[in-house]
Design a protein around this ligand. Sequence first.
Ligand code: URA
Length: 434
Amino acid sequence: MRAVDIIIRKRDGYALTREEIAHFVTGVTEGSLPDYQASALLMAIVVRGMSSEETAWLTEAMVDSGIRVDLGDIDGVKVDKHSTGGVGDKTSLIVAPVAAACGLLVPMMSGRGLGHTGGTLDKLEAIPGFRVDLSLEQMKAALATVGCAMLGQTAQIAPADKKLYALRDVTGTVESIALISASIMSKKIAEGIDALVLDVKTGSGGFMKTEADSRRLAESLVSIGNASGVKTEAVITAMDSPLGRAVGNALEVIECIEVLKGGGPADLIAVSVELTARMLVLGRIAPDKDDAERRVRAAIQSGAALERLGRIIENQGGDRRVIDEASRFPTAAERHVVKASRTGFITRLDAEGVGRASVALGAGRDRVEDTVDPAVGLLVLRKPGDQVSAGEPLLEIHYRDGARLEAALALARAAIAIDDRPAPALPVLASEVV
Ligand code: URA
């Protein structure tokens, strides 16, 4: 089988066979397929798309590029949550301890921030000492002792995805329903979970900009999961503006701790409660969604979820004192406040623009190998829908470097729109549940 023939067939709009797809994934995993051919096929897939059958075969081949973890020897239902990626999207740090406090086992394998989106691993590493590079044995031990492990993809889990994702990132081939579906679901299927709740982001800060595309992505993810024996559900949530108020690694962890202490922004609470409640129902801890929501809120009110976060942090080498002493997080000494240019209503706070501003400050990465600064970021002081007066503070920027601030300011200012009349409010939880 010649790689060029596979590329030509996809370029011309034909469906690939299971064997052709397996050949491609094996070539990527073993390094025998040159990057230029892999990239050409990726671009052909982005342009021509894949049928649901081809997407399922791609996922299967990517799962088989590594091992399937067997968690059968640990008693309890293992349920994970995964987001397609957004700005200020920090729900994992709330959902995981709450779900574990409610009795689920949560093996949460997450990624790093890339482009304008943040990543759970970078946020966790803002906690001094926190280690995300657990081995599979350490992950199992964490599940057995604290009910939760928060870690990065190990080398044995879907190694093809690691290589493909790095290529996609630099070849403009991320935004494809087939490629995103196979990338996310190969990792989730390989990690050995029983059930999965997906948070599919829709809007400027997500990979899918329209609700129709987000719904198609959600349907694709859910059908792959269910066909592979992982009970899967997806919720579509808004990503037109940042979720919550904090964007930036340490700032976001601090906001999650606030939520676990019973405070925090309403939109972040709403999405976190919804996702965790669905996990409890899928994991058969709760008979229905209302009961599940009561359990989730009780775990927060009683302090059980916060206590669980402390145990997770401690178990992974982190300093749990950050929970009560925010000064233990890395902080950036400099502050700059962005003020309203006029009186009116905030009609837009563009998530992608704010995410890019955060990357410009150093909180995210343009390339996979870049390091991130855990301290820098932005606090959203006023949200879309709010009425503001000229000169009122809208954003507080935490920065270290003046040149980075200038770049971030240009992006942040362009992300804000103020008008005479309020724009219709978009629901945080889109109506679609797949
Ligand atoms: N997250 C992933 O893991 N893969 C993608 O392709 C997009 C988001």
